[in-house]
Design a protein around this ligand. Structure first.
Ligand SMILES: [Ca+2]
Ligand SMILES: [Ca+2]
Length: 230
């Protein structure tokens, strides 16, 4: 009886070690975890598209980059936008348009518009994030007065935000189309190239549990095989 318990514990440790090894060697985890904290080092190396300088109505609405990312074991889509002029620029309104069912239209009730109002102040920022469906109907307030952007002293160019998969009405690995635009006087001033993305919770718990179970089954059969040899 004692021996039986011991090998079971041994198998669990072996399975855990295997899972830890896979976690440690997973390239998805080589990158930083995204934190909404108005610091932008966590975005280094994340997927992004750049946009030319000088293609907008003015410098303050001229977008230069759009980033997107997920964190392991978290069903939230994270985004970051960067513009040309910051330090003396006033507030900017961004729209992240999302074609959630990937059918080429952004105007369906299942689609989403994430409105980001970014107002850099001297030493911090206020960021409001509101969620609308594709027809423009208001759904929910994601954030109100959050300090998720660079202050004027920090450059006033970059802002980060996140929206849960549940709010977007999507499941992990669902393919979506999205496009970031800056607004000016009720119209679009600058638009970044369209992006197709399948946001996943990286190496999430379901996969990790699957790997653990596979490891334990493998070791169990190895032991059975060795047992028969005796
Ligand atoms: Ca951050
Ligand atoms: Ca631009």
């Amino acid at each position: 009886m004692k021996g039986k318990i011991n090998w079971r514990i041994g198998l669990w440790w072996a399975g855990l070690a295997l899972a830890a090894l896979l976690l440690a060697t997973s390239p998805a985890l080589a990158q930083s975890t995204i934190t909404l904290d108005s610091l932008f080092g966590d975005w280094a190396g994340q997927a992004n598209v750049t946009d030319p300088v000088g293609d907008a109505q003015n410098n303050k609405t001229d977008l230069t980059a759009f980033y997107w990312a997920t964190n392991p074991n978290e069903e939230t889509a994270y985004f970051m936008a960067e513009r040309v002029e910051g330090s003396n620029a006033p507030a900017i309104t961004l729209w992240l348009r999302i074609d959630t069912n990937n059918n080429g239209s952004y105007d369906d009730t299942g689609d989403r518009i994430v409105q980001v109002d970014y107002d850099p102040r001297n030493d911090d920022s206020t960021v409001d994030v509101s969620l609308y469906d594709g027809t423009g109907a208001f759904l929910s307030t994601i954030a109100s007065g959050a300090d998720w952007g660079e202050s004027k002293n920090e450059g006033g160019q970059r802002v980060e935000w996140g929206v849960s998969f549940a709010s977007l009405g999507i499941a992990p690995f669902q393919t979506i189309n999205m496009q970031l635009v800056s607004m000016q006087g009720g119209g679009v001033s600058d638009s970044v190239a369209e992006v197709q993305w399948s946001p996943a919770n990286a190496l999430g718990w379901p996969l990790l549990i699957l790997l653990l179970v596979a490891g334990v089954i493998f070791l169990f059969y190895q032991r059975q095989r060795l047992g028969r040899k005796k």
